[in-house]
Every structure is written in structure tokens, then in C-alpha cells.
Design a protein around this ligand. Structure first.
Ligand code: HEM
Length: 446
């Protein structure tokens, strides 16, 4: 009897809660005039509609029903979803002043001790951290030739490992992951050293009336009275968390992209042969490829860019947050609405890339095939002020790893086996499913 009563009370409470949530949402939507979208269920909102590990699929299906900009409620959090290049560009670039925030989830603060860091922070702390880190990157040559030596060292190790496989079928992923990870680690170890040096330089030239950047701000707070200690702690945390975020964002992305590149080589031997032809004529065999070769290798650059388009390892941009009430395409979007940008629809858009499922490096070549053509719609690294902070570093790693491997080896599917599946392994990063390949040393190596 008691159990029955408990059940009735629970049902009434859940029913009332559901009612309140629906009424609140409908009022909210009416008041804010958000873009159209499916009606949300109590508590879960529209979560049941996007409960697919390959989340871009339901997002695309909803776009067919509601258009390229629509609303979606995730739990109780209102979102707008952007599904084409024009909408993403309008929001992240055209209205960057209000579309550049990140959601403030309590869990982020718990994990990072209050610091938003690079990935999850926003506002002036994030902006300072981003400006400062990118300046540091430029300071010690990330993405430039001066950093090549470190990557070359890792590449020599990979070459040795791959040679040892002696044409036997093997999975190259772990070699790629440890080599890209190690080269990132040594970059960040230098970033740490650089940071220490900058802090001591700042101490020497510190002027409380002329605060130049985040380090000066940190010194001000640290030198000031105890009630500001927490702020100083937060600022310091921002710096440390920023480096941690860089490493986190960098390791999975580059190694997975390279793994895709290897898979594409098994499926497209003619592309592999053309890249090798270009490597042979521009780099030759007496040295490793260098970033200074890139400008003379339009086909290779086009192939890398096209493979990145097709791999599209970050299909949905980490959520943005609207920082203040705004009007977007005539809809009223209130502050704190989250924004999801579906890059998969952009990079697979048949209007922009005819027969988008095909690998065609020519999309990024001039009509005489002599120059690489940059295309604005190629936004695998995102767009606007939150564009990937590691883009230069990633591009450098991709170019050097890919060309060095193809300079020395030809990659094929193991004899008797068909080329492995191109279907991704769904997750936050879309990776290629595990596969084996054979690496044959090219004739010139013997
Ligand atoms: C092929 C490799 C990579 C791809 C495709 C990629 C893609 C992306 C994308 C789509 C975003 C989200 C942009 C947005 O929120 O609007 C992003 C953000 C970010 N990426 Fe990458 N990334 C790659 C490699 C890297 C590497 C190597 C690093 C670090 C060294 C890195 C560090 C970051 C950071 C820190 C952010 C957050 C930036 C911010 O919120 O201000 N990424 N990346």
C-alpha cells in the first residue's frame, strides 16, 4: 500500500515538473522567437532525437525538416544548430562579438579548479590567454622552419619502425600517435621554458602602470594584497590549463588525421603516385622534406587539404555560447543559448564540392594545375576568433609526416585483402576504423 502511495506521489511530482519545464520552454521560445525546431520533451528536451553516436546524421536529418538554422533543446539548454557555410560564417565571423563564448558547465570549473582554459574559457581571460599563447608560439617558431628539427627527429624514429615491419601487414596508428604526441610534448616543454623565461623578463621590466599582457596581470595580482590571492591563482591556472588544453586538443586530432591519410593512400594509389612524383622532383632523396618545399608542391598541398576535407575528424565544433541577447537572421537569440556548428554538412556539401564523397585534390588546384588554391569554405579548423589555435602546428605536422612517409615508402593493402572500410569510427573525433597496411620501401632506398 505504502509503495503504491509512493508511486502516485512520484508520478505527480514528475508530471508537475514536466509541465513546468514545457510551459517555461514554450514561454521562453515565444519570448525569444528562436528559430524553428522540434518540440522538446520534459527534462530531456530533444536529446532523444540526437541520440546517435554519429551525431551529425540526426542533425542533418533535422536540417532537412527545419532548414539550415534551427533550435534544439538539449536537456534544458536551448541550442541553435548551424548547418551550412553561410550560417556558420555569419554567426562566427559576422557576429563574432556575441557568438564566441563557450557554455559555462559546472563540470569544467570543477575539473580545472576555476580556470576556463583555452577550450572552455571565454571573455577577457580566454582572449588574453589565446593572444598570449599564440604570441609565444610565434616567438619560438611553431609552424615554421625553426621547429622542423624536432619533428624530423620523431620522423626518423617512425621511419625506422616502419622499415622494421619489412612489408608485413601492420597497423601504423600507434607509430603515428606516439610520434605526433612526442613532437607535441617537446614543443610544449619548450613552451614551458619559454613561459618561465618570459615571466622572469616581465619581472625585470615590470611597471604597474603599464600592464602589457596576461603575465603582467598575473604579477600585479600576485604582488597585491591577500584578498586578491584567488584571482592571482586563477590567472596562473589559466596559463597552466591553457597548455594542458593545447596538448589535449593536439594529440588525438593530428594522429587521427594522418591515419586517415594512410587509409586514403590504400584506396587511391594514383594520388599516392602523384604525390611521390612531386616529392621526388622537389625534395629528392638526399634529405627529409621541409616546410620550405611546401610552396613548390601544389599537388601535395591540394591532396592534404582534400584528405582533411574528406576525413573531417571534428564534425561538430565544440559548442559556442551566445554571450548577450542578439538578433540572428531576424530571430531573437537570448544570451546563453548554445550554438552547434555542423562542419560535416559544410565539408560534404555537394553544392560546394560536387560529388563530395570522392577524393579529388584538383578541387584545390588552379585550372593549369600549377598552383594551390585556398578555398574559404574549407573550414576543418573552424572559423572566426575561435578557429583552432593549433592550426599552424597541425598543418606543419601533417605536411612533414605525410611527405616523409611517402618519400620513403609506398603503402598498399595487405595482399589478398580488399582496401579497408572508409566508414568512420564515430566519437567526438571521427577516426578511421583500425586497419592494416603494408609499407614497401621505394626503389631508391635500395
Ligand atoms: C588536424 C588537426 C586539427 C583539427 C582538424 C582541429 C580542429 C579544430 C576545431 C574544428 C576547433 C573548434 C573551433 C571552434 O570552436 O570554433 C579547434 C579548436 C582548438 N584546437 Fe584544434 N584542430 C587540430 C589540431 C590541433 C592541434 C595540433 C592543437 C594544439 C597544438 C589544437 C588546439 C586547439 C585549441 C586549443 C582549440 C580551442 C581554441 C579556442 O577555443 O580558442 N588543435 N580545433
Amino acid at each position: 500500500m505504502e509503495a503504491g502511495l509512493l508511486l502516485i506521489v512520484q508520478t505527480i511530482i514528475v508530471g508537475l515538473l514536466a509541465y513546468v519545464v514545457i510551459v517555461l520552454f514554450l514561454r521562453h521560445r515565444e519570448r525569444s522567437k528562436l528559430p524553428p525546431g522540434p518540440y522538446p520533451l520534459p527534462i530531456i528536451g530533444n536529446l532523444h532525437l540526437v541520440a546517435d553516436i554519429a551525431v551529425h546524421r540526426p542533425l542533418q536529418a533535422l536540417a532537412r525538416q527545419y532548414g539550415n538554422v534551427y533550435s534544439l533543446v538539449m536537456g534544458c539548454v536551448p541550442n541553435i544548430v548551424l548547418n551550412d557555410y553561410a550560417a556558420i560564417q555569419e554567426a562566427f565571423v559576422g557576429q563574432a562579438d556575441c557568438f564566441t563564448g563557450r557554455p559555462h558547465f559546472a563540470i569544467h570549473k570543477e575539473i580545472s579548479g576555476g580556470a576556463g582554459g583555452f577550450l572552455n574559457g571565454d571573455g577577457s581571460d580566454w582572449m588574453e590567454l589565446r593572444k598570449f599563447t599564440l604570441r609565444c608560439f610565434r616567438g619560438f617558431g611553431v609552424g615554421r622552419r625553426s621547429q622542423e628539427g624536432r619533428i624530423h627527429e620523431e620522423l626518423r624514429v617512425v621511419i625506422e619502425h616502419v622499415s622494421r615491419e619489412q612489408e608485413r601487414p601492420f597497423d601504423i596508428f600507434n607509430h603515428l600517435k606516439s610520434a605526433t604526441g612526442t613532437s607535441l610534448l617537446s614543443t610544449f616543454a619548450e613552451l614551458d621554458k619559454f613561459l618561465e623565461k618570459r615571466i622572469s623578463q616581465h619581472k625585470e621590466t615590470f611597471d604597474p602602470n603599464n600592464i602589457r599582457d596576461i603575465i603582467d596581470a598575473f604579477l600585479v595580482e600576485r604582488n597585491s594584497c591577500t584578498n586578491r590571492v584567488r584571482t592571482a591563482y586563477l590567472l596562473y591556472n589559466e596559463l597552466v590549463k591553457g597548455i594542458h588544453d593545447l596538448f589535449l586538443a593536439g594529440t588525438e586530432t593530428t594522429s587521427n588525421t594522418l591515419y586517415w591519410f594512410m587509409l586514403f593512400m590504400l584506396h587511391h594509389p594514383h594520388v599516392q603516385a602523384k604525390v611521390q612524383e612531386e616529392i621526388d622532383s622537389i625534395v629528392g632523396h638526399g634529405r627529409l622534406p621541409s616546410m620550405s618545399d611546401r610552396a613548390n608542391m601544389p599537388y601535395t598541398e591540394a591532396a592534404i587539404t582534400e584528405m582533411q576535407r574528406l576525413a573531417n575528424i571534428v564534425p561538430i565544433v565544440p559548442p559556442h555560447r551566445v554571450t548577450r541577447d542578439t538578433v540572428f537572421r531576424g530571430w531573437h537569440v537570448p544570451a546563453d543559448t548554445c550554438v552547434m556548428a555542423n562542419l560535416r554538412t559544410v565539408l560534404g556539401d555537394g553544392q560546394l564540392w560536387p560529388q563530395p564523397e570522392q577524393l579529388r585534390p584538383e578541387r584545390f588546384l588552379s585550372s593549369d594545375r600549377r598552383s594551390f588554391i585556398k578555398r574559404e569554405e574549407m573550414i576543418a579548423f573552424g572559423t572566426g576568433p575561435r578557429v583552432c589555435a593549433g592550426e599552424a602546428l597541425a598543418k606543419m605536422q601533417l605536411f612533414l609526416f605525410f611527405t616523409t612517409l611517402l618519400q620513403r615508402f609506398t603503402f598498399t593493402s595487405p595482399p589478398g585483402l580488399e582496401a579497408p572500410s572508409l566508414e568512420p569510427q564515430w566519437g567526438i573525433v571521427y577516426s578511421a576504423k583500425p586497419f592494416k597496411l603494408c609499407a614497401t620501401e621505394r626503389d631508391w632506398c635500395h
